[in-house]
Design a protein around this ligand. Sequence first.
Ligand code: GAL
Length: 303
Amino acid sequence: MISGEDFKDTDGNQINAHGAGALYYNETYYLFGEIKKGKTWLVPGQSWEDYRVPAGGVSCYSSTDLKHWKNLGTALRSVTGDPSNDLDTGRVIERPKVLYNEKTNKFVMWFHNDRNDYQDSKAGIAISDSPEGPYTYLGSIKPNNQMLRDMTLFKDIDRKAYVVYSSEDNNTMHVCLLTDDYLKPTEHYTRILIDRNRESPALFKNNGKYFLITSGCSGWSPNAASYATANSIMGPWTEIGNPCSGTNAEQTFFAQGNYVLPINGKPSNFIFMGDLWNKLDLEKSGYLWIPFEVIDGEVKINN
Ligand code: GAL
């Protein structure tokens, strides 16, 4: 378990990988996350606590034991002083996720790309020949012209991949099948958790069943997580309830989930990965990683 701000890489530096995602490839775990660096500021004129920090691009770390993480540098670089560029530090580069595509032998990154008032609501897509990058930016899209904010990617055992995202102004989530090269959305999508106002999706599979852990929508402030299950990724999804128990379970132990990492070789063992946001100083945000097991189809995350 990892908890707090003190999560260091093998050089002894703080790990800078927020809203993270992970990839298991060639017996190695790769961690990708938002680089948050610089002074936190509040976007004026917003009805919510729109605290921002310069978007420093996407970091990449690797590990073979999930304890020692080596910094592999910046996987996707941001640019400075060009607000018309999707990758400008003044915009939003959040929740990066990477999949490996066997057909094309490429690594494909999707992330939430936005203006600092979150009104663009789209996905950025980038590609690389190696897991750590550098990734070449391909551009941004709204899948089927729908809003996309918090998001994750999921690759199934048949190698079909999906993007799962908060849409319709965060009211409803969508699950959208990607093209075979994982570079574009297809027209095949479904609306799930309708009007439930969920975000920070983390999707995993156990014993043929799909599990989706989400948070509520309260910006950088913690709230209760909830999970849903389905026999088909396109639904129907059934909401089960809060997977967390114990002290502060109603606030997800002050964290917000970003990914569920399957442990290689242990089909029912996972790590719930979350962010301990520090909204007034976002670069000081910490991490909460909790190992858990799915027992008899139930998710129980205890701190
Ligand atoms: C959260 C979201 C984060 C970030 C934040 C901005 O709700 O999960 O990824 O976008 O809002 O306030």
